[in-house]
Design a protein around this ligand. Structure first.
Ligand SMILES: *[C@@H]1O[C@H](CO)[C@@H](O)[C@H](O)[C@H]1NC(C)=O
Ligand SMILES: *[C@@H]1O[C@H](CO)[C@@H](O)[C@H](O)[C@H]1NC(C)=O
Ligand SMILES: *[C@@H]1O[C@H](CO)[C@@H](O)[C@H](O)[C@H]1NC(C)=O
Ligand SMILES: *[C@@H]1O[C@H](CO)[C@@H](O)[C@H](O)[C@H]1NC(C)=O
Ligand SMILES: *[C@@H]1O[C@H](CO)[C@@H](O)[C@H](O)[C@H]1NC(C)=O
Ligand SMILES: *[C@@H]1O[C@H](CO)[C@@H](O)[C@H](O)[C@H]1NC(C)=O
Ligand SMILES: *[C@@H]1O[C@H](CO)[C@@H](O)[C@H](O)[C@H]1NC(C)=O
Ligand SMILES: *[C@@H]1O[C@H](CO)[C@@H](O)[C@H](O)[C@H]1NC(C)=O
Ligand SMILES: *[C@@H]1O[C@H](CO)[C@@H](O)[C@H](O)[C@H]1NC(C)=O
Ligand SMILES: *[C@@H]1O[C@H](CO)[C@@H](O)[C@H](O)[C@H]1NC(C)=O
Ligand SMILES: *[C@@H]1O[C@H](CO)[C@@H](O)[C@H](O)[C@H]1NC(C)=O
Ligand SMILES: *[C@@H]1O[C@H](CO)[C@@H](O)[C@H](O)[C@H]1NC(C)=O
Length: 805
């Protein structure tokens, strides 16, 4: 090791002295010619006989041996005169703007050993005669360009090649496995991220016994991991992820002594892990998204250097080995979506700087260890949908590094540590469906944007301020007191659900400051007083005030609202329902209010409003009016019958218009034919949701979710139709992790159907196979995928959907 360090130091010194040497007069002339041939690019402006020679590397004798010109936005083609530098060994033009074909002018550089053209926009096929490059080539890096076609077998003639870096291109043909397998000096080989023709890992790669770095992910590899590779004992990185391989992970893989990084995720491996793991240098182990079964082997705990342990989306069962709790370097644990059971390792977090902890969707039980945040690094606790019980460790109240807490649907009890609500880094708290007790502080941390704490036993008053809060759901708790008098410090709320609590007092007019609010549910409380007119002035789509003690009129301002859900039933409201709410879509909205009445629409389960002036009229006038009314009634009935007939005819002729947002393999008939009651999976005031299997025959078909919106309440005029269409179009074209794919919109005069890709229990199965999830495995490391998946999805057009059922 020491010798190695000294060698590096020596090389650095050598490089330093070389790079400061000046080119000889002859070489300076050549450099100036090159600069001119290259169209005098700005970055080379310092090149002049008196100035400095940026990027030029010279030998002691003044000969140019290298040009190091990365990241200079050079866009003009490389001039042939570059090769007039007869001693040019090293050429780095990475991260420029080179375009066009592979620069064959470099064939003239007969001393070239190192060529880095990576991260440009070179395209086309690699020339079959690429071996006309210097035969002394040791490092060839063409990564991150746009080359297509085959990798020519001539590449196998560079017998001195130590690194061959071809990843991240568009090679869509074949690569010469046998030829590459002959490059026995190779230490680095990358072919990853190319859409090659499917095929197995070439057995000949087993001859590359000096390989330390083998990156073969996402290149359509099929078949199993060949045992021939077991001779690659120098490997520090082995990445076969995101292919279509099968079979077990061979035992020798987990015995590679020098291996530091092993990525085999999303490749369809099956069988058990291990049994014996002796790759003691492993730092990152990612076997997630396969079909691994059996339990996590105990001796995984021997991996003292392991930092990442990713085994999520498999079928692993059994407990998490107790030894995992004492692994010294473990910072990121992702075991979600397996069938693990039993308690967590007792000292988890005590012996390592645990930052990310995700074990959701398992059958784990027992308490959370109170050591999780022992080293004050924890930012993510994702433990939802398990069988955890006991209290939330009180010392998490001192864990102010926390950013995300998802603990819903367990059996936690006791006080939720109150200090947590003030953590500056915290953005997300989802702890619903437990038995937590406790109270909320008067001011919630400004960074928290989502609180879901429904179905617990929280008590006390509502917070007065939560400036960053967008979604606050706390239904079915024991919260009491009044809504804050001044609601302006909650002004970022889009959703507020406080149903089923013990709130009293009236709705303050300051609710008008919640200008972003689209959904408000205060049902089943003890709220009294009148409904403030202000509620009609914000853009609500959903309003539920049912089962309270509200009195007075429904404000005329409600005529402005475009509500998908409205429930004012079981109150003591009175007076006439505002005209635009007298719509059949709201026939369940006003039940059990003894004083409400209607005049326009009599199908609302409401009595007719009394004619106010009648006692001032004489009997005769009443009779005249009665007769007139009778005539009008008969006429109306006749017209009504006519309309009904007309409508019936129209319904038969209803024209459905489909607007697709993806290429679809079904038609509107497939959807419409299946809108049957037995397919309903949910319904609410805004409409019904159907789960529809399209394609019929067996499992070959596709499952979609269809949301049928009730007829838009307000007059469905051409203008609002246009707005709707525009909004839906935005949704349909949005491609974002947080948005379930909207496939198409089907509409007629009477109804709107939104057709979504269906996700069974929020599973990614459908989307990961189609690649639509677009979740970048590499850059996505820091982001919890569960967070995306189970977070409520707030659509831009204002409807609020929940992906979780
Ligand atoms: C040489 O020129 C480059 C770019 O023109 C500049 O960034 C660098 O600081 C200069 N070096 C010296 C030693 O003047
Ligand atoms: C070079 O590419 C970068 C990024 O691709 C771009 O921003 C820049 O404008 C390009 N410059 C030239 C000179 O083409
Ligand atoms: C290209 O590959 C060479 C050899 O492996 C490596 O040293 C160099 O850093 C790579 N270039 C870039 C920009 O990553
Ligand atoms: C190979 O993989 C790419 C994606 O990386 C895919 O688009 C292409 O269709 C695949 N080719 C075959 C034949 O499977
Ligand atoms: C390379 O591998 C192949 C197949 O694995 C084998 O037949 C051949 O003998 C090996 N060649 C060398 C030079 O080791
Ligand atoms: C995964 O592997 C199994 C065999 O273990 C095979 O039946 C299945 O078709 C493979 N799935 C994919 C998507 O390749
Ligand atoms: C593998 O582990 C099992 C039990 O853990 C042990 O009995 C067996 O000897 C080990 N095999 C090897 C090859 O180390
Ligand atoms: C592993 O942990 C030990 C002790 O905590 C530490 O000294 C060492 O640097 C860590 N190694 C790595 C690779 O993180
Ligand atoms: C958890 O265990 C229960 C019974 O013990 C079982 O019914 C359930 O399917 C398990 N859940 C998962 C996700 O494995
Ligand atoms: C949850 O854990 C308790 C013990 O803590 C156990 O009795 C119960 O069966 C578990 N439930 C499920 C569904 O596994
Ligand atoms: C909460 O406690 C009650 C009574 O002890 C129990 O019936 C209920 O199942 C518990 N809920 C949860 C989610 O653990
Ligand atoms: C909340 O609203 C205020 C304006 O009242 C705004 O300045 C602030 O950026 C918002 N915060 C978030 C997280 O959206």
């Amino acid at each position: 090791m020491a010798v190695y360090n000294i060698l590096i130091l020596f090389l650095l010194l050598l490089f330093f002295s070389l790079s400061t040497a000046q080119p000889s007069a002859d070489e300076q002339k050549l450099l100036l010619t090159i600069k001119q041939d290259w169209d005098n690019p700005d970055p080379l402006s310092s090149w002049s006989s008196t100035g400095n020679w940026t990027g030029v590397i010279c030998s002691n004798t003044g000969q140019v041996t290298g040009l190091s010109l990365p990241s200079l936005h050079i866009a003009r083609p490389i001039p042939a005169s570059v090769c007039s530098l007869k001693n040019l060994k090293y050429l780095d033009l990475s991260y420029n703007n080179l375009t066009g074909d592979f620069p064959t002018v470099l064939y003239g550089c007969s001393a070239l050993e190192y060529l880095d053209l990576s991260n440009n926009q070179l395209s086309g096929r690699l020339p079959d005669g690429i071996d006309m490059l210097s035969s002394g080539m040791q490092h060839l890096n063409l990564s991150s360009n746009a080359f297509v076609g085959d990798v020519p077998s001539a590449i196998g003639r560079f017998s001195k090649l130590k690194s061959l870096v071809l990843d991240t291109n568009n090679f869509n043909g074949n690569y010469p496995g046998a030829a590459i397998g002959g490059l026995v000096e190779l230490e680095t080989l990358t072919l990853a991220y190319n859409p090659f023709k499917p095929g197995p890992v070439p057995k000949e790669f087993g001859n590359l016994t000096k390989l330390t770095y083998l990156w073969l992910s996402r290149m359509n590899i099929t078949g199993t991991i060949p045992d021939d590779l077991s001779s690659l004992t120098e490997l520090t990185l082995l990445d076969l992820s995101q292919n279509k391989m099968q079979g077990q992970i061979p035992e020798w893989v987990l015995k590679l002594k020098k291996l530091e990084i092993l990525y085999l995720f999303a490749s369809n491996f099956s069988g058990e892990i291990g049994p014996n793991i002796t790759a003691l240098n492993l730092q990152e182990l990612d076997l997630s998204m396969n079909k691994l079964s059996g339990s996590i082997p105990e001796d995984i705990a021997n991996l003292k250097k392991l930092r990442l342990l990713f085994l999520y989306y498999n079928q692993l069962t059994g407990p998490i080995p107790a030894g995992v709790g004492v692994m010294p370097n473990l910072t990121d644990i992702r075991l979600f979506d397996n069938k693990l059971f039993g308690p967590l390792p007792s000292e988890l977090g005590k012996h390592s700087e645990l930052g990310n902890f995700e074990v959701s969707n398992n059958n784990l039980s027992g308490e959370l260890p109170d050591t999780l945040c022992f080293n004050k690094k924890l930012y993510d606790i994702v433990v939802f949908n398990n069988n955890f019980s006991g209290v939330f460790p009180a010392n998490l109240g001192d864990c102010d590094t926390l950013n995300n807490i998802m603990a819903y649907n367990n059996h936690f009890t006791g006080d939720f540590p109150k200090k947590i609500w003030s953590f500056a880094m915290l953005t997300n708290i989802m702890i619903g469906d437990n038995n937590f007790t406790g109270t909320l502080p008067s001011e919630v941390s400004f960074n928290i944007s989502r609180i879901e704490m429904g179905n617990n036993r929280f008590s006390g008053a509502l917070p007065l301020a939560a400036v960053g809060l967008k979604s606050f759901t706390a239904e079915n708790n024991q919260l009491s007191g009044e809504l804050p008098d001044d609601m302006s410090r909650l002004n970022n709320l889009t959703e507020l659900n406080l149903a089923g609590n013990r709130l009293s007092g009236s709705i303050p007019p300051s609710i008008q400051s919640l200008t972003r609010l689209t959904s408000l549910n205060l049902s089943s409380n003890q709220i009294s007083g009148e409904i403030p007119a202000a509620l009609g002035l914000i853009g609500l789509n959903m309003l539920d005030l049912s089962d309270n003690e509200l009195t007075g009129d429904i404000p005329q301002e409600f005529n402005n609202l475009h509500l998908n859900v409205l429930n004012l039933s079981s109150n003591q409201l009175s007076g006439e329902v505002p005209g635009s709410l007298q719509n059949g879509a709201y026939d369940r909205s006003f039940l059990s209010n003894h004083g409400l009445c209607a005049t326009v629409n009599m199908n609302l389960n409401l009595p007719a409003c009394p004619y106010e002036g009648h006692n001032k009229l004489s009997m005769s006038l009443i009779i005249v009016f009665s007769v007139l009314a009778g005539v009008v009634f008969i006429g109306a009935v006749a017209i009504w019958l006519l309309i009904l007939r007309h409508q019936k005819r129209r319904q038969d002729l209803t024209v459905w218009k489909m607007t697709p947002f993806r290429t679809l393999d079904f038609s509107e008939c497939d959807v419409l034919g299946n809108l049957r009651e037995e397919n309903v999976i949910g319904s609410g005031g805004s409409g019904k949701v159907y789960r529809i299997h399209i394609g019929g025959k067996g499992s070959a078909g596709k499952v979609v979710a269809v949301k049928r919106l009730w007829r838009t309440p307000a007059k469905s005029d051409a203008k609002s139709d246009k707005e709707f269409d525009a909004e839906v179009r935005i949704l349909g074209e949005a491609r974002h992790n947080n948005i379930v794919n909207l496939l198409c919109c089907i509409s007629s005069d009477d109804a709107k159907l939104l057709v979504y890709e269906y996700m069974e229990n929020g599973s990614l199965d459908s989307s990961s196979s189609s690649g639509a999830a677009n979740w970048n495995m590499r850059t996505g490391r820091g982001v919890s995928r569960e967070f995306f998946l189970f977070t409520e999805i707030i659509f831009t057009c204002g409807w609020i959907y929940r992906l979780r059922r």
